[in-house]
Design a protein around this ligand. Structure first.
Ligand code: PLP
Length: 305
């Protein structure tokens, strides 16, 4: 099972060369950043654990990867969601379907009478974990200190590549959700004393939300990556013509990217460069997530042809 040491390739886009760290080539069950975020749970023993508990969207990559992790470790998985839309229940492929096939128990909180308006996280912390002494709780999107273990390995691979190919003054760009990957990468670059910095953009909830997410993982603000502004506000999971166009034009370079985070990431990077910001070498981190394309792409094709 390939869970580290991915190659770096390059494409020509925006009139220049951009390197791509191909974390999409990691094992499909942990494609991209889940392989890095969940590496800790595969590399360590958890003798007391019999169950994983998580929450998030029923379409999340993390639902599928947690189901794969649970299956490999012989654990149960209880995954709490706000609500499961009718169209998701009728899908034949995608994260939700694949997770259920792996045995995930997806719990729809909208059907719980004792929810009392609480968020999934509150509900789990207040009403679930007290009765689950053998469960391991993983916050949404794998945003937790355990993630640092695998992301440090990723940072080391990038540093080794940069040294090997004499990339001085390297910028690593990646689109963020919870910001876990961007923050721990930047932290490790700073702690290692190398001239590599992370630039990111907020694909979920805006810049303030992303900074708030950083602060849940570290109080040291100098570790926080720079957040690039977006050309306009994008609601996560919605369909936008320019996102589809950008996805098509980048994919023409021979590497397929995900349709949720990457189009926004590439648009933000393009805008940043257009504004005259000079970056000598750029490494774009491909974080996988391609299984989600099987539900996003038909939606895009229906809307834009
Ligand atoms: C494909 C892809 N890109 C980007 C991200 C955002 O990662 P993070 O939550 O670490 O910011 C995710 C979510 O985990 C993802 O699945």
């Amino acid at each position: 099972m390939k869970l580290s040491n991915t190659p770096v390739e390059s494409i020509r886009i925006f009139g220049r060369e951009i390197f791509i760290k191909r974390d999409d080539l990691l094992h499909p069950e942990f494609s991209g950043n889940k392989a890095r975020k969940f590496a800790y749970f595969l590399a360590h023993d958890f003798p007391e654990t019999t169950k994983l508990i998580g929450y998030g969207s029923p379409q999340a990559n993390s639902l599928y990867s947690m189901s794969a992790l649970a299956k490999i470790r012989g654990w149960h998985l209880d995954f709490y969601v706000d609500h499961i839309a009718a169209h998701i229940k009728t899908q034949t492929q995608g994260n939700y379907v694949a997770a259920c096939e792996n045995g995930a128990n997806v719990i729809d909180l909208s059907e719980r009478l004792d929810r009392e308006g609480r968020t999934s996280e509150q509900y789990i912390k207040e009403s679930v974990l007290i009765n689950e002494s053998n469960a391991l709780f993983i916050p949404e999107g794998g945003r937790c200190e355990y993630a640092e273990f695998g992301i440090v390995q990723l940072a080391k691979e990038i540093i080794d590549w940069a040294v090997h190919t004499a990339q001085f003054d390297l910028t690593v760009f990646l689109p963020s959700g919870t910001g876990t990957t961007a923050l721990f990468l930047n932290k490790h670059f700073i702690e290692s004393g190398v001239d590599i910095r992370v630039l990111t953009c907020a694909c979920v909830g805006g810049n303030d939300y992303l900074k708030q997410q950083f602060s849940e993982l570290s109080q040291i603000t100098s570790f926080y990556p720079e957040i690039v502004p977006l050309p306009k506000k994008y609601h996560f999971g919605n369909l936008y013509r320019e996102c589809y166009d950008m996805w098509n034009s980048v994919s023409k370079q021979g590497i397929v990217f995900d349709l949720l985070y990457d189009p926004v990431g590439w648009l933000a990077l393009e805008e940043y460069l257009k504004k005259g910001n000079k970056l000598s070498s750029i490494l774009y981190l491909h974080q996988g997530g391609l299984l989600g394309n099987s539900s996003m792409l038909p939606r895009y094709k229906r809307k834009f042809g």
